[in-house]
Design a protein around this ligand. Structure first.
Ligand code: SF4
Length: 382
């Protein structure tokens, strides 16, 4: 079983809500900042009591959102200090902070680095002023280079940059220009996402996938193929469908979750997983604060996953990664050899050209990565 233990902290506030966003994020309300910070402290102090982890060290801490970098440096630093008081951090633990390029300053980055944050994940999304405007992002292209420069000066040696393609009105040269400008910033990690429009979001109501001015399927494939090649030529390896890293810089936190690893959850709407039990904290910020003011646990649901469900999730997540699925891990979970239990699916994948077995791993091929969702369907119970 994976031995990593992560801690995911969800800070759901954003300066404003982007019209394509379907994450759990809310416009920032100053009235909530102090009580939420206090609730996080109370929750943190009881985290290992609620979820016994028997002295296991944290191998990763991930502050996501929302836009956690909106919080002042002292609030984020004191939160990390409290985490260190309540947990042992493994040597070289990865401590990530998601940030928007316009919510940083040189002084803030220095304080965050000194507090122990060692990985910064910047939501660049595009360098085109027009695209950033359509996406409703609060930053301008000028904020991006500046934020990267400040992060380097502050000592961040592990920088991840997110960019999107498939934007309204985007042509192939525009998408490749964005990727080229991103690569020129010399980060250690890149996340390259296709914009998928949820029809329940304002942008989703305004545009429909594959309808002009959205790029059609052929154009999206060209953006994807040529974008991936550019990343690989620049020294990045694609280790998950949307994620690329230089050697040694795969995101440790996310990689562990994709291998079915354990992670605890702090903050409204955060999800956790420990030994096959999954839970989510209250999504509602006010309810989360009230629960933690009154000694409650603020948990939306707990569920113990049946072994077949855990195994299925390993296929769903692992078939999106270059490493693939550890069949010995699957066998351990279902209590019988995976090679027998999934005999038909394991024979179908190579026959379709979607995967190959390099024991103990079932690894997707390049085509298999593209077909990851269909490949995982083969492992659903009959
Ligand atoms: S910054 Fe990110 S989390 Fe916040 S609203 Fe925009 S897309 Fe959603």
């Amino acid at each position: 079983m994976p031995s990593e233990l992560g801690l995911y902290i969800h800070l759901p506030f954003c300066a404003r809500r982007c019209p394509y966003c379907d994450f759990w994020a809310l416009p920032f309300s100053p009235a909530w900042a102090k009580p939420l910070r206090q609730a996080l402290g109370r929750h943190l102090a009881r985290l290992t009591e609620i979820h016994p982890v028997s002295g296991r060290e944290l191998t990763s801490v991930y502050l996501g959102g929302g836009t956690p970098s909106l919080w002042p440096a002292f609030a984020l630093s004191s939160l990390l200090a409290e985490i260190k008081k309540n947990f042992l951090l493994a040597e070289g633990a990865e401590i990530s902070l998601e940030a928007n390029p316009d919510s940083l300053s040189p002084g803030k980055l220095i304080k965050l680095r000194q507090a122990g944050f060692n990985r910064l994940s910047l939501g660049v999304q595009s360098f085109s002023p027009k695209s950033l405007e359509i996406l409703g992002r609060s930053h301008k292209p000028g904020h991006i280079n500046r934020a990267v420069q400040w992060a380097r000066q502050a000592g961040f040696a592990n920088l991840s940059l997110d960019i999107m393609y498939g934007l309204p009105g985007q042509s192939l040269p525009m998408a490749l220009e964005d990727i080229s400008r991103l690569l020129a910033l010399g980060s250690e990690h890149i996340s390259l996402y296709q914009l998928t429009l949820n029809p329940d979001t304002p942008l989703g109501r305004q545009y429909r996938t594959y309808c002009a001015p959205m790029p059609d399927e052929a154009l999206l494939l060209a953006m994807e193929d040529q974008g991936y090649q550019m990343c690989e030529r620049a020294g990045f390896t694609r280790y998950e469908i949307s994620n690329f890293a230089r050697p040694g810089f795969n995101c440790r936190h996310n990689s562990s979750t994709w291998r079915g690893g354990d992670y605890l959850a702090l903050g409204p709407g955060a999800h956790g997983h420990l030994n096959g039990c999954r839970w989510a904290n209250y999504y509602d910020v006010a309810a989360y604060i009230t629960a933690w003011s009154g000694g409650g646990e603020g948990v939306e649901f707990y569920e113990q996953l049946p072994p077949e469900q855990r195994a299925l999730e390993l296929f769903m997540l692992g078939l999106r990664t270059a490493q693939g699925v550890d069949l010995e891990q699957v066998s351990g979970i279902i209590g019988q050899p995976a090679s027998q239990y999934y005999r038909l699916a394991l024979a179908r994948l190579p026959a379709l050209g979607w995967g190959r077995i390099i024991y103990p791993y079932l690894k997707p091929t390049a085509l298999g990565l593209r077909m990851a969702d269909s490949a995982a369907l083969l492992f659903f119970p009959e």
